[in-house]
Write a protein that binds this ligand. Structure first.
Ligand SMILES: [Zn+2]
Length: 195
């Protein structure tokens, strides 16, 4: 790890410790976990005033795991939601007022960081990538590759979902929330199973 790695931290941990923690959780190390760690930290440092924050991740790749390790928000507790529009971005917002902050990767700023740029845009063949150079550059860049804007989340999205009745689906016979419709979403083709 570079000398920079000693002074830069994520979630109060050294970069080495963060990488070890996130690698164990994720199963393998991916550069997006490091970039995601910096991104989540940057969002938290710039939160508008408020007490309870939820998170939206705009990609299902890597970023959600950084959020789950660095915040109390998880998929399971519902405070982290993935809306996979394929953008490397996340928003932290106050779950009562909806006001929040969105942090995203700014491709203009990537011009100064060739390793990150070429990795992100998949310009370097995997076998030609130097993980060490990429990690060093991410540490050097830290939050310098992100842009940030304040936003508000739609009221409908904030509305607390009270559990409605659970009924049996006439298609498959399994229980599902009745507010999904006449039949469960699986019977409407939502799952990729062959049978
Ligand atoms: Zn069904």
């Amino acid at each position: 790890m570079s000398a920079d790695g000693q002074s830069v931290t994520i979630g109060g941990r050294s970069i080495d410790d963060y990488i070890a923690m996130v690698t164990e959780f994720h199963g393998t190390f991916a550069p997006g976990l490091l970039l995601g760690g910096f991104m989540a930290e940057h969002a938290m440092k710039n939160l508008p005033p408020g007490e309870f924050f939820d998170v939206i991740c705009e990609t299902s790749h890597c970023l959600p795991d950084a959020v789950q390790l660095l915040t109390p928000c998880s998929i399971g507790n519902g405070w982290l939601k993935i809306i996979d529009v394929g953008r490397f971005a996340l928003s932290f917002y106050d779950k009562r007022t909806g006001s929040g902050v969105r942090v995203y990767l700014d491709h203009h700023k990537l011009k100064k960081y060739g390793e990150i740029n070429d990795w992100f845009f998949r310009l370097t063949p995997k076998h030609a990538q130097s993980r060490e150079r990429l990690i060093d550059e991410m540490i050097r860049a830290a939050d310098g590759v992100f842009a940030l804007r304040y936003l508000s989340v739609k009221k409908e999205f904030l509305a607390h979902r009270h559990g409605g009745p659970i009924v049996l689906c006439p298609g498959c016979g399994e229980a599902y929330p009745s507010d999904h419709g006449e039949r469960c979403r699986a019977c409407e083709g939502a799952l990729p199973y062959n049978d």
